[in-house]
Design a protein. Sequence first.
Length: 594
Amino acid sequence: MNESANKIKGFDGLARRLLRYIRPYSRLMLLALFMILLVTLTINYLPILIRNATDKYLVEDSLSADKRIHGLYVVGATYIVIALAGFLMRYMQGLLIAWVGQRIIRDLRADVFEKALSLDVAFYDHTPVGRMMTRITSDVERLQRFVTAGVVGTVADIFMLLGVLGYMLYMSPILAGVIFLLLPPLFFVLAFINRKLRRAHRTIRRSQSALNTLSQEYIAGMGTIQLFGREEMAGEDFAARNTDMRSAYFGEVQWFSLYFPVLEIGQAVCLMLVFGVGGYLLLKEGSLISIGTLVAFIAYIREFFRPLGSLSDKANTYQEAMASSERLFALMDTPESVPPPQKPLDAGLIQGEIQFKNVGFSYLPDTPVLKDVSFSVVPGESVAIVGATGAGKTTIISLLGRFYDIQKGVIEIGGHNLKEFRKNELRARIGFVFQEPFIFSGSVADNISMCDQSMSAEEIQKAARAVNAHKLISAMPDGYSTILKERGGGLSLGEKQLISMARIFARQPELLLILDEATASVDSAAELLIQDALRTLQRGRTSIVIAHRLSTIRHADKIIAMRQGRVDAIGSHAQLMSQRGYYHKLYQLLSHHL
């Protein structure tokens, strides 16, 4: 996946992508913004009360002491009431934003996983599992923090800044102008730091993805690492990636640590300027400002730099979100390598003769795997594909399931191009049995039914009985409710194969059964059970078998001998043996190894 090609440029780019998820909750978001406006007007009015109390009841001595004290009580009570009202509105606004934000991220996370489900096998061939896990978990979590705290929090902080500036202009345009002079250089420095932070976050995301990928690969292959005594090598690789990640985080901290000192220096300079200019105006030009105005301005300076400090945290969240969004939305924009048909044919047409016509295919450019392959399979026929490793046998069955698309020629079923059928409808009518079946964590019944709630317990047991798996499952502690470990840990390969075959039988594929020699790596006892299950599965169905055993080859109706990506010969066992060509040599080789 070329992530750099689809980078999200700036806040506008991220906002446009998120707008689709925000739109269903737009009314609630507008309500939250309205509450932010009320909070801003309410909280920023408090220094006005301080100014009034100072000028009217502390400095002014024309009133009696009792009236001045009573006035201070009234102002104090008003201050508390307004502060409590602001607190309550801020609390309700926070709950509302959290509620909306979690639903937005839920929708986004669902779309990301749906995209992961739609991507083809070709994508996963060159995308490490660790990288995908980083996208689905860490990157979405960072966007979650941005949506729930960053977006509305930033708007709230900006409203607060504008509110403070508005009140400052209202009280004293001169003192407000002094602060405005300081803002351009302050914002320039902060913007410079933010740019550096964004670069640092990109480096962190790359380092984290690399570390996750390495960790997942080494943990999955721990048995092999220990078998060959490569623990030290694995530890050194992990240490190198871990050091890269530490350096990336330290680079971020170096720039982020500058943010608050810059704000503190800016606040100190503002205070000194306001004291200097305000003191001059108060002592020399007493009619321009009052002591209460100067006191309120000092309070406003604190209120002004508080959201600036908060914005620094939001900037950190924003930078994380930007770095994550570049990768996340690049994943979302990844085109399907096996696109759906524009005008799909009816699923009922997926029947009849299968034909490969001059098919050419390669996984990598200029590295052909299949070269001008042509053959046909009539309904009900049993076909065995034989050949040395790398001859293209497994590729043929992958192309039949449209896990990849061919670059040359055409594959037809019943005279219709394979590309004209929906992938899910095509695969629903094909049964795949592989040498290494995948077992999910969950109950045996769920593994057979693939969590299809419409499948009854009787249907699940019928499928298991048909492939000789019922006795095995009944002997488990909780029978069909037994919880299996990840990847079927604790089960033998033969046991996994029987459960996998029950899964295939439960689906009742009507068109084709594709077998990647399911008995190639099991013991003799399991082989007898699996061979009998295979005969049950093949009965009445077209079958294509990648054959490694002589019994499978001899009993096939047709044999296709593959050699270096080409069809070397096609015929029955007797016909091919009589030709004494490549198939004869291959068969003799298999015989000598038995």
